[in-house]
Ligand binder design. Structure first.
Ligand code: HEC
Ligand code: HEC
Ligand code: HEC
Ligand code: HEC
Ligand code: HEC
Length: 498
C-alpha cells in the first residue's frame, strides 16, 4: 500500500470516528422507565409502546418497564388482556394506569349512529370522517337498504312494484328472520316491517367494534351475531380494534381484528340447508391460508393515504401503512377482479382446423373466484373471429348454457359458477327454493389452472377471449328490471401462427 492511500485511509478512519461520536444517542432524557398498575397494584406482562411507533416492550413481574429511546413528544402506552389501553399523561409522570374492561355485556346498550351529526355527538363520522366515507360506499353499509337485497327480500322490482318474481317474503315467508343475523346484526325483528334507526345502517361501525370474541357455535350453522360475543358497556364506551396504542381511554386492543376468524361467522353460512356462503371455508383450503394471509391483509389493505384516524379530534399522526381501509377492497372490487383473472391461449393451426388450448386461473385471491353471494358468476367467452371480424362457431369444446343469458347462450365458452336447482331440477332458482344437494361448482379454485380445449374451422383467424363478472343471473336482472351491472374483467385477442 503506497503512502498516499495509507494517508487516505487514516483520514477516512478519523472521519468515521467523528461521525460515530456525532451519532451517539443522548442517553439520559430519551430513555423512559415507568410502571404499569391497576386498582389493585402492579400489572405484569403488559405490552408497552412508544405511541405510534414500533418501539415496544413488556412490563416485568413488578409492573416496571423501560422504553428507549422515547421520541420527543410521544407518550408511552400500555395494554393487557382484560383492560382498556392506557397511556402516560405527561413525559414527567411515567406511570400508566390500566382500567379494567366491563365484566358483562349490556344488552340494553343503545347503538351509536355512524353518520355525521350536527351536534358534537358520539357519531363515528364526526371524528373518523375518512373511514366513514370508505365504509359508506361498501356493501357493509348497504346490507339492509341495498336495493338488490331489498328487492330479493321483499319480492319487489327496481321500481318497487310488488310480487315480481324472486322474493323471500313472498316465496318463503317463514324464513323472514334468518337474514338479519348477518345483514342487520343490531336488530331483533326483521320481518315485513322496514327497519328504522341505526339498525338500518346494516353492518355498522359500532357493531363491528363491539365484537369481543368469537363464540364456539358451529361455523356455517351459527350465523353472524349468534356466533359473535359482544362487550357493550353500561356507561362510557368500549371500542375494540387492532391498535394497542390508541389512548382515548375507550379503546381496547384485540388480536382477533387481524384474523380471518373475525369475518367467518358472517361469511360462512348454510341457510335453509343450502351452503349459500362458503368464503371462509374456501379460504381455509386456500394457499393464502397456508401462508398465513388473512382476509384483512387483502380486503383492508392500507390505502397509504390516511395518516390520522381522527384529525383535529385527538388522533395522532401515524404511519399510513398501519391504517386499514374500510372499503373492504384494495381500490375497488373491479380493480381486484381485473388483477385476479389470468388467461393464456395456445393456438395450433392444422390442415383442416384450428385447435386452441385455453388456460384460466386466478391470482392473488384467497378463495374461489367468484365467491360471496351464491349467484355471483364469471362468463368465459372464447370467440373465433374471421379476418374481417365476424364470429365463427367452434366445432368442438364447451358451449355456454342458457343461464349465461340470451346474447351468449350457445356460444363457445364456460360458465364459472355454482348452479342451484330446485326439486324439479329447474334453474336458476333463489337459494330459498333450492334442493339441498351440493350445487355443480365450476368456479376458479385458487392455485389450480383450468384447461379447456376448443376446435374451430380453418378460416378462424383470431381468438377473442373475454371474461365477464356478474352479480346476479341475467334472467333475474331482466325480470327485476335492474340496471345491467355486468363487468368485463378480461379481454385479449390472440392470433394463431400463420
Ligand atoms: C365489518 C366490520 C367493520 C366495520 C363495519 C367497521 N370496522 Fe373498523 N375495523 C374493522 C377491523 C377488522 C379492523 C382492523 C383491521 C386491521 O388491523 O387489519 C378495523 C380497524 C379500525 C380502526 C383502527 C385503525 C385501523 O385502521 O386499523 C378504526 C379507528 C376503525 N376501524 C373505525 C371504524 C369506523 C369509524 C367505522 C365506521 C365508519 C368502522 N370502523 C367500521 C372492522 C370493521
Ligand atoms: C356482522 C356480519 C359481518 C362481518 C363480521 C363481516 N361481514 Fe363482510 N359482509 C357482511 C354482509 C351482510 C355483506 C353483504 C352486504 C350486501 O351487499 O348486502 C358483506 C359484504 C362484504 C364484502 C363485499 C363488499 C362490497 O362492497 O360489495 C366484503 C369484501 C366483505 N364483506 C369482507 C369482510 C371481511 C374481510 C370481514 C372481516 C374483517 C367481514 N366482511 C366481516 C357481513 C359481515
Ligand atoms: C370525538 C371523536 C371521536 C368519536 C366521535 C369517535 N371516535 Fe373513535 N377514536 C377517536 C380517537 C381520537 C381515537 C384514537 C386515534 C389515535 O390514537 O390515533 C379513536 C380510536 C378508535 C378506534 C381504535 C381502537 C383500537 O384500539 O384499535 C376504534 C375502533 C374507534 N375509534 C371506533 C369508533 C367508533 C365505532 C365510533 C362511533 C361509534 C367512534 N370511534 C367515535 C375519536 C373518536
Ligand atoms: C389473497 C387475497 C385475498 C384473501 C386472503 C381474501 N380475499 Fe376476498 N377477494 C380477493 C379478491 C382479489 C377479490 C376480488 C375478486 C372477486 O370479486 O372474487 C375478493 C372478493 C371477495 C368478496 C366479493 C365477492 C363478490 O363477488 O361479491 C368477498 C365477500 C370476499 N372477498 C370476502 C373475503 C373473506 C371473508 C376472506 C377471508 C375469509 C377473504 N375474502 C380473503 C382477495 C382475497
Ligand atoms: C351467514 C350470514 C348471512 C345470512 C344468514 C344471510 N346472508 Fe345474504 N349475504 C351475506 C354476505 C356475507 C353477503 C356478501 C357476499 C358478497 O358480497 O358477495 C351477502 C349478500 C347477499 C345478497 C347480495 C346483495 C347485493 O347487493 O349484491 C343478497 C341478495 C342476500 N345476501 C340475501 C340474503 C337473504 C334474503 C337472506 C335471508 C334468507 C340472507 N342473505 C342471509 C351473509 C348472509
Amino acid at each position: 500500500m503506497g503512502w498516499a492511500s495509507r494517508a487516505a485511509l487514516t483520514l477516512l478512519a478519523a472521519m468515521l470516528g467523528a461521525m460515530t461520536l456525532l451519532a451517539l444517542p443522548d442517553p439520559a432524557p430519551s430513555c423512559l422507565e415507568g410502571r404499569v398498575f391497576d386498582d389493585r397494584g402492579a400489572v405484569p406482562g403488559a405490552r408497552v409502546r412508544v405511541q405510534g411507533t414500533k418501539i415496544c416492550s413488556r412490563s416485568d413481574g413488578r409492573g416496571r418497564f423501560r422504553l428507549s429511546p422515547l421520541l420527543a413528544g410521544r407518550r408511552a402506552t400500555a395494554w393487557r388482556e382484560g383492560y382498556f389501553i392506557g397511556g402516560t399523561d405527561s413525559a414527567s409522570d411515567p406511570s400508566i394506569f390500566l382500567k379494567r374492561l366491563p365484566s358483562d355485556d349490556n344488552s340494553d346498550y343503545e347503538w351509536v349512529d355512524p353518520s355525521p351529526s350536527a351536534a358534537e355527538g358520539q357519531n363515528c363520522a364526526n371524528c373518523h370522517a375518512e373511514i366513514y366515507r370508505e365504509w359508506s360506499s361498501s356493501g357493509h353499509a348497504r346490507s339492509v337498504e341495498g336495493r338488490h337485497f331489498r328487492n330479493l327480500y321483499e319480492g319487489t322490482d327496481w321500481h318497487g312494484k310488488p310480487d315480481s318474481d324472486w322474493g323471500l317474503l313472498t316465496q318463503h315467508p317463514d324464513g323472514a328472520g334468518v337474514c338479519a343475523s348477518c345483514h342487520a346484526p343490531t336488530t331483533e325483528a326483521f320481518g315485513s316491517r322496514r327497519i328504522r334507526g341505526v339498525a338500518s345502517s346494516g353492518v355498522h361501525c359500532d357493531y363491528c367494534h363491539k365484537i369481543e370474541s368469537v363464540a364456539d357455535g358451529q361455523l356455517g350453522l351459527s350465523h353472524g351475531r349468534f356466533n359473535l360475543r359482544l362487550l357493550r358497556p353500561k356507561e362510557g364506551q368500549v371500542f375494540f380494534g387492532s391498535l394497542d396504542d390508541a389512548t382515548r381511554g375507550e379503546d381496547a386492543y384485540s388480536p382477533l381484528y387481524r384474523d380471518s376468524r373475525y369475518c367467518a361467522s358472517c361469511h360462512e353460512g348454510i341457510v335453509f340447508g343450502v351452503h349459500v356462503y362458503s368464503t371462509y371455508s374456501e379460504w381455509q383450503a386456500s394457499p393464502a391460508a397456508r401462508q398465513g394471509i388473512q382476509c384483512q391483509d387483502c380486503h383492508m389493505k392500507p390505502t397509504g393515504r390516511m395518516t390520522n384516524l381522527a384529525p383535529g379530534h385527538g388522533g395522532i399522526d401515524r404511519d399510513a401503512r398501519t391504517l386499514h381501509n374500510h372499503r373492504f377492497f384494495d381500490g375497488s372490487q373491479e380493480e381486484m377482479l381485473r388483477r385476479a383473472v389470468k388467461a393464456t391461449v395456445e393456438i395450433e393451426r392444422g390442415q383442416r382446423e384450428v385447435r386452441a388450448r385455453v388456460c384460466v386461473w386466478s391470482e392473488g385471491v384467497g378463495h374461489c373466484l367468484p365467491t360471496g353471494f351464491i349467484d355471483r358468476h364469471l362468463i368465459l367467452s372464447v370467440e373465433g373471429l374471421t379476418p374481417d371480424g365476424r364470429t365463427v362457431d367452434s366445432i368442438e369444446g364447451p358451449i355456454l348454457p342458457a343461464l349465461a343469458g340470451e346474447k351468449l347462450a350457445g356460444r363457445p365458452g364456460r360458465l364459472l359458477a355454482r348452479v342451484l336447482k330446485d326439486m324439479e331440477g329447474r334453474t336458476p332458482v333463489p337459494f330459498w327454493l333450492a334442493a339441498p344437494d351440493p350445487p355443480l361448482d365450476t368456479r376458479l379454485v385458487p392455485g389450480r389452472i383450468e384447461e379447456i380445449h376448443f376446435v374451430y374451422p380453418r378460416h378462424m383467424a383470431r381468438l377473442r377471449l373475454r371474461v365477464w363478472y356478474r352479480r346476479f343471473w341475467s334472467e333475474v336482472t331482466r325480470r327485476k328490471r335492474w340496471p345491467n351491472d355486468e363487468t368485463l374483467v378480461f379481454e385479449q385477442v390472440f392470433s394463431p401462427p400463420l
